[in-house]
Design a protein around this ligand. Structure first.
Ligand SMILES: [Zn+2]
Length: 94
């Protein structure tokens, strides 16, 4: 994205828990963006359509942050909606 090369890693729920480090009792997220590593992580345990949804959600974070749209990047509801719409578009193209 932009002048940075991003990678996507599929990780186990346990790996995600370690990466997320959200503390005891917090839900382990399905996807995670590690901005400092230019890396998007997606969990391997949900079904394929949920994994894609998680990927597109994280992609929208990266896209909006890269485009300087930090207000959108920090609006989790809007990011979720945009990620879902992109996943829906992808699924209907197949
Ligand atoms: Zn998010």
């Amino acid at each position: 994205m932009g002048c940075h090369l991003w990678t996507v890693t599929i990780v186990s729920k346990e790996e995600m828990d370690t990466l997320f480090d959200g503390g005891e009792g917090n839900e382990v997220p399905l996807g995670l963006t590690l901005t400092h590593e230019c890396r998007i992580c997606v969990r391997d345990d949900p079904c394929e359509s949920v994994r894609w949804h998680a990927f597109w959600h994280e992609f929208v974070h990266v896209l909006t942050a890269s485009a300087g749209l930090s207000k959108i990047d920090k609006n989790e509801d809007l990011v979720e909606l945009l990620g879902m719409l992109i996943a829906q578009a992808q699924q209907t193209m197949e």
